[in-house]
Design a protein around this ligand. Sequence first.
Ligand code: ADP
Ligand code: MG
Length: 240
Amino acid sequence: MIEIDRLEKSFGTNRVLDGISLTVRQGQVVCVIGPSGSGKSTLLRCVNGLESYEGGEVRVSGRRVDRRSPEIRAIRREVTMVFQRFNLFAHRTALENVTEGPIYAAGESRASAEAHARELLAQVGLTGKEAAYPSQLSGGQQQRVAIARALAMRPKAVLFDEPTSALDPELVGEVLTVMRDLARQGMTMAVVTHEMGFAREVADHVVFMDRGRVVEEGPPAELLTAPREPRTQDFLRRVL
Ligand code: ADP
Ligand code: MG
């Protein structure tokens, strides 16, 4: 579903992605871990065309991701993103935040978008909060609205960029539960996270990135418990 092949990306003279290759197959959950500044967010942003890149290639369902191609809007609907900061529209209700994309970007009718949004808000445990504004919701609830919004486009895959890092510790679990359920339903997911418990339990594949490269990758039981590379060992010692 998502194929990243020797991807290269620089900001000025700073080479942020240095030949990254990574595949996410349909129904797979791939967790990306690594120190701050290693290029994880940039990698996800290249996948749905929020960033351009200079070398290598990103393909979604076999189509090349190119920020300037006319197909990019369709690709962004196919692969949606959940950010660390929820980025909800402050002056729109939870329901309106979820229906905005389907109505204005995908041309869905209001009635159909609202019916779907109510289902999605129920799925993330927010029945009864449809009319609430973001300021009236906890961080965990806001992030669950953001997940419902990402699902509203009926994506084939969802990218998560540290979705629990901005949350108070007691609110992390409710968001991870929603993500775990989504994975169980077969959603294809790429998740940048520092939640090693989640990675161990939910990921099919874990990738450790450092300085724009994949240092080591493998099934969670191997990579997280018996890493081979010193840099992976050092990182895991610090986060576990
Ligand atoms: P991570 O998500 O792993 O913390 P990022 O992808 O955010 O890493 O950043 C990787 C590197 O790219 C960092 O050195 C960061 O400063 C740099 N960077 C990220 N975005 C930009 C940008 N828009 N302009 C310039 N440098 C950037
Ligand atoms: Mg980041």
